[in-house]
Design a protein around this ligand. Structure first.
Ligand SMILES: Nc1ncnc2c1ncn2[C@@H]1O[C@H](COP(=O)(O)OP(=O)(O)OP(=O)(O)O)[C@@H](O)[C@H]1O
Length: 231
Protein backbone atom coordinates (compact mmCIF):
# COMPACT_ATOMS: atom_id res chain seq x y z
CA UNK A 1 0.00 0.00 0.00
CA UNK A 2 1.28 3.43 -0.84
CA UNK A 3 2.47 5.36 2.18
CA UNK A 4 -0.12 7.90 3.02
CA UNK A 5 0.58 11.07 4.97
CA UNK A 6 -2.20 11.76 7.48
CA UNK A 7 -0.60 14.76 9.19
CA UNK A 8 1.55 17.33 7.49
CA UNK A 9 2.64 20.53 9.20
CA UNK A 10 5.00 23.03 7.59
CA UNK A 11 6.49 25.91 9.53
CA UNK A 12 3.52 26.04 11.86
CA UNK A 13 3.45 28.56 14.71
CA UNK A 14 0.95 27.84 17.48
CA UNK A 15 -0.55 30.50 19.74
CA UNK A 16 -2.76 30.60 22.83
CA UNK A 17 -4.26 34.05 22.46
CA UNK A 18 -1.32 36.31 21.63
CA UNK A 19 1.27 34.08 23.29
CA UNK A 20 3.35 31.92 20.98
CA UNK A 21 3.52 28.37 22.35
CA UNK A 22 5.31 26.50 19.55
CA UNK A 23 7.38 27.83 16.68
CA UNK A 24 8.33 26.45 13.26
CA UNK A 25 6.74 23.02 13.70
CA UNK A 26 7.42 20.66 10.80
CA UNK A 27 5.84 17.26 11.08
CA UNK A 28 4.77 14.33 8.94
CA UNK A 29 2.88 11.33 10.27
CA UNK A 30 1.97 8.43 8.03
CA UNK A 31 -0.81 5.87 7.97
CA UNK A 32 -0.40 3.29 10.73
CA UNK A 33 2.36 5.17 12.56
CA UNK A 34 2.32 5.32 16.35
CA UNK A 35 3.79 8.53 17.74
CA UNK A 36 4.18 9.67 21.34
CA UNK A 37 4.03 13.33 22.27
CA UNK A 38 5.98 14.12 25.44
CA UNK A 39 7.24 17.26 27.15
CA UNK A 40 7.02 19.04 30.45
CA UNK A 41 3.68 20.36 31.58
CA UNK A 42 2.72 23.58 29.81
CA UNK A 43 5.14 23.10 26.88
CA UNK A 44 2.36 22.80 24.30
CA UNK A 45 1.37 19.15 23.83
CA UNK A 46 -2.36 19.83 24.15
CA UNK A 47 -2.01 22.98 22.07
CA UNK A 48 -0.46 20.91 19.27
CA UNK A 49 -3.23 18.30 19.47
CA UNK A 50 -5.87 21.05 19.56
CA UNK A 51 -4.41 22.52 16.39
CA UNK A 52 -4.69 19.13 14.71
CA UNK A 53 -8.41 18.77 15.53
CA UNK A 54 -9.35 22.33 14.80
CA UNK A 55 -9.88 23.54 18.37
CA UNK A 56 -7.06 26.06 17.92
CA UNK A 57 -7.09 27.91 14.63
CA UNK A 58 -4.00 27.58 12.46
CA UNK A 59 -2.82 31.15 12.01
CA UNK A 60 0.70 30.72 10.64
CA UNK A 61 2.18 28.00 8.48
CA UNK A 62 0.58 25.19 6.52
CA UNK A 63 -1.27 22.20 7.89
CA UNK A 64 -3.11 19.23 6.45
CA UNK A 65 -4.82 16.56 8.55
CA UNK A 66 -6.47 13.50 6.97
CA UNK A 67 -6.97 15.46 3.77
CA UNK A 68 -8.36 18.61 5.41
CA UNK A 69 -6.55 21.92 5.14
CA UNK A 70 -6.22 23.39 8.64
CA UNK A 71 -6.16 26.92 7.33
CA UNK A 72 -9.47 28.72 6.98
CA UNK A 73 -11.43 26.18 9.02
CA UNK A 74 -14.76 27.57 10.24
CA UNK A 75 -17.48 26.29 12.59
CA UNK A 76 -19.14 24.94 9.44
CA UNK A 77 -16.14 22.95 8.17
CA UNK A 78 -14.65 21.75 11.48
CA UNK A 79 -17.30 18.99 11.94
CA UNK A 80 -16.11 17.43 8.66
CA UNK A 81 -12.52 17.43 9.91
CA UNK A 82 -13.62 15.96 13.27
CA UNK A 83 -15.60 13.22 11.54
CA UNK A 84 -12.40 11.91 9.96
CA UNK A 85 -10.49 11.84 13.26
CA UNK A 86 -10.84 9.99 16.51
CA UNK A 87 -10.11 11.79 19.76
CA UNK A 88 -9.59 10.18 23.18
CA UNK A 89 -8.96 12.06 26.42
CA UNK A 90 -7.85 11.17 29.91
CA UNK A 91 -11.32 11.79 31.31
CA UNK A 92 -13.88 9.49 29.80
CA UNK A 93 -16.36 11.36 27.66
CA UNK A 94 -19.26 8.95 28.11
CA UNK A 95 -22.78 10.17 28.84
CA UNK A 96 -23.58 8.84 32.30
CA UNK A 97 -27.36 8.56 31.86
CA UNK A 98 -27.36 5.91 29.12
CA UNK A 99 -25.81 2.53 28.44
CA UNK A 100 -22.82 1.81 26.22
CA UNK A 101 -24.80 1.08 23.05
CA UNK A 102 -26.91 4.20 23.52
CA UNK A 103 -23.75 6.24 24.03
CA UNK A 104 -22.35 4.97 20.75
CA UNK A 105 -25.65 5.35 18.91
CA UNK A 106 -25.87 8.97 20.09
CA UNK A 107 -22.53 9.75 18.41
CA UNK A 108 -23.46 8.00 15.17
CA UNK A 109 -26.80 9.80 14.93
CA UNK A 110 -25.09 13.12 15.62
CA UNK A 111 -22.74 12.45 12.71
CA UNK A 112 -25.56 11.68 10.28
CA UNK A 113 -26.09 7.90 10.50
CA UNK A 114 -29.76 6.95 10.00
CA UNK A 115 -30.10 3.25 9.11
CA UNK A 116 -30.73 1.29 12.36
CA UNK A 117 -29.24 -1.95 10.99
CA UNK A 118 -26.07 -0.19 9.90
CA UNK A 119 -25.88 1.61 13.25
CA UNK A 120 -26.21 -1.64 15.21
CA UNK A 121 -23.66 -3.42 13.01
CA UNK A 122 -21.18 -0.56 13.46
CA UNK A 123 -21.64 -0.56 17.24
CA UNK A 124 -21.05 -4.34 17.39
CA UNK A 125 -17.98 -3.87 15.19
CA UNK A 126 -16.31 -1.22 17.38
CA UNK A 127 -17.18 -3.03 20.62
CA UNK A 128 -15.59 -6.17 19.21
CA UNK A 129 -12.47 -4.21 18.24
CA UNK A 130 -12.01 -3.07 21.85
CA UNK A 131 -12.85 -6.52 23.27
CA UNK A 132 -16.13 -5.53 24.95
CA UNK A 133 -18.78 -6.98 22.67
CA UNK A 134 -20.82 -8.37 25.57
CA UNK A 135 -20.91 -5.09 27.52
CA UNK A 136 -23.21 -3.05 25.29
CA UNK A 137 -26.02 -2.95 27.83
CA UNK A 138 -23.87 -1.87 30.76
CA UNK A 139 -24.18 1.62 32.17
CA UNK A 140 -20.89 3.58 32.37
CA UNK A 141 -20.96 3.52 36.20
CA UNK A 142 -21.09 -0.28 36.10
CA UNK A 143 -17.73 -0.44 34.32
CA UNK A 144 -14.14 -0.23 35.52
CA UNK A 145 -11.88 2.67 34.49
CA UNK A 146 -10.13 0.47 31.94
CA UNK A 147 -13.45 -0.65 30.44
CA UNK A 148 -14.68 2.93 30.26
CA UNK A 149 -11.49 3.92 28.47
CA UNK A 150 -12.02 1.04 26.00
CA UNK A 151 -15.56 2.30 25.35
CA UNK A 152 -14.16 5.77 24.83
CA UNK A 153 -11.74 4.31 22.28
CA UNK A 154 -14.64 2.41 20.64
CA UNK A 155 -16.46 5.73 20.37
CA UNK A 156 -13.45 7.30 18.68
CA UNK A 157 -13.40 4.41 16.17
CA UNK A 158 -17.01 4.84 15.06
CA UNK A 159 -16.21 6.80 11.94
CA UNK A 160 -13.22 4.58 10.99
CA UNK A 161 -10.66 7.35 11.48
CA UNK A 162 -7.26 7.22 9.79
CA UNK A 163 -5.88 9.23 12.71
CA UNK A 164 -6.49 8.91 16.44
CA UNK A 165 -5.43 11.74 18.75
CA UNK A 166 -5.12 10.69 22.37
CA UNK A 167 -4.40 13.11 25.23
CA UNK A 168 -3.04 11.11 28.19
CA UNK A 169 -5.41 8.17 27.68
CA UNK A 170 -3.69 6.14 30.42
CA UNK A 171 -3.42 9.07 32.84
CA UNK A 172 -6.10 7.80 35.23
CA UNK A 173 -5.36 4.09 35.00
CA UNK A 174 -3.29 1.72 37.12
CA UNK A 175 -0.14 0.28 35.46
CA UNK A 176 -1.71 -3.06 34.51
CA UNK A 177 -4.80 -1.46 32.98
CA UNK A 178 -2.75 1.13 31.16
CA UNK A 179 -0.66 -1.70 29.64
CA UNK A 180 -3.90 -3.25 28.35
CA UNK A 181 -5.01 0.05 26.84
CA UNK A 182 -1.59 0.54 25.25
CA UNK A 183 -1.69 -2.97 23.76
CA UNK A 184 -5.12 -2.20 22.35
CA UNK A 185 -4.05 1.14 20.83
CA UNK A 186 -0.90 -0.37 19.31
CA UNK A 187 -2.87 -3.26 17.79
CA UNK A 188 -5.57 -0.99 16.40
CA UNK A 189 -2.87 1.13 14.81
CA UNK A 190 -1.15 -1.91 13.26
CA UNK A 191 -4.25 -3.89 12.24
CA UNK A 192 -6.23 -1.03 10.72
CA UNK A 193 -3.44 1.25 9.53
CA UNK A 194 -4.65 3.97 11.90
CA UNK A 195 -2.06 6.56 12.85
CA UNK A 196 -2.01 7.43 16.56
CA UNK A 197 -0.57 10.54 18.20
CA UNK A 198 -0.64 10.10 21.95
CA UNK A 199 0.36 12.74 24.51
CA UNK A 200 1.69 11.17 27.69
CA UNK A 201 3.80 11.80 30.77
CA UNK A 202 4.18 8.09 31.40
CA UNK A 203 7.73 6.97 30.59
CA UNK A 204 7.00 3.47 31.90
CA UNK A 205 4.50 3.11 29.07
CA UNK A 206 6.97 4.47 26.51
CA UNK A 207 9.73 2.10 27.64
CA UNK A 208 7.42 -0.86 27.45
CA UNK A 209 5.84 0.07 24.11
CA UNK A 210 8.59 1.93 22.23
CA UNK A 211 7.68 4.13 19.26
CA UNK A 212 8.58 7.40 17.61
CA UNK A 213 8.65 10.31 20.07
CA UNK A 214 7.85 13.98 19.57
CA UNK A 215 9.02 16.19 22.41
CA UNK A 216 7.90 19.74 23.11
CA UNK A 217 10.53 21.93 24.73
CA UNK A 218 11.14 25.67 24.86
CA UNK A 219 8.77 26.46 22.02
CA UNK A 220 10.00 23.74 19.64
CA UNK A 221 8.99 20.22 18.70
CA UNK A 222 11.84 17.69 18.53
CA UNK A 223 11.32 14.42 16.70
CA UNK A 224 13.11 11.14 17.50
CA UNK A 225 12.74 10.29 13.80
CA UNK A 226 15.22 13.15 13.17
CA UNK A 227 17.50 12.17 16.08
CA UNK A 228 16.26 15.28 17.84
CA UNK A 229 17.72 17.46 15.12
CA UNK A 230 16.43 21.00 15.00
CA UNK A 231 13.25 21.14 12.95
N1 LIG B 1 -7.18 28.23 26.74
C1 LIG B 1 -6.01 28.78 27.01
N2 LIG B 1 -5.87 30.12 27.06
C2 LIG B 1 -4.69 30.70 27.31
N3 LIG B 1 -3.54 30.01 27.51
C3 LIG B 1 -3.61 28.69 27.46
C4 LIG B 1 -4.84 27.99 27.22
N4 LIG B 1 -4.59 26.66 27.22
C5 LIG B 1 -3.28 26.54 27.47
N5 LIG B 1 -2.68 27.74 27.62
C6 LIG B 1 -1.25 27.97 27.88
O1 LIG B 1 -0.50 27.45 26.81
C7 LIG B 1 0.69 26.82 27.26
C8 LIG B 1 0.72 25.37 26.73
O2 LIG B 1 -0.33 24.62 27.32
P1 LIG B 1 -0.68 23.15 26.87
O3 LIG B 1 -1.94 22.77 27.58
O4 LIG B 1 -0.64 23.05 25.40
O5 LIG B 1 0.57 22.35 27.49
P2 LIG B 1 0.75 20.81 27.74
O6 LIG B 1 2.14 20.49 27.33
O7 LIG B 1 -0.35 20.05 27.09
O8 LIG B 1 0.61 20.73 29.31
P3 LIG B 1 0.07 19.51 30.23
O9 LIG B 1 1.12 18.46 30.17
O10 LIG B 1 -0.03 20.15 31.58
O11 LIG B 1 -1.26 19.08 29.69
C9 LIG B 1 0.66 26.92 28.78
O12 LIG B 1 1.46 28.01 29.15
C10 LIG B 1 -0.78 27.20 29.10
O13 LIG B 1 -0.90 27.97 30.27
Amino acid sequence: MAEEIVVQLKQVNIYQGDVQILKGVNLEVRRGEFVYLVGKTGTGKSSLLKTLYGELALKEGEGKVVGHDLRNQTWKTIPFLRRDLGVVFQDFQLLTDRNVKENLKFVLKATGWKDENMINAKIDDVLEKVGLKSKGFKMPFEMSGGEQQRIDIARALLNSPRLLLADEPTGNLDPETSDEIMGLLMNLSKDYGMAVIMATHDYMVINKFPARILRTEKGKVYDSANQYAEN
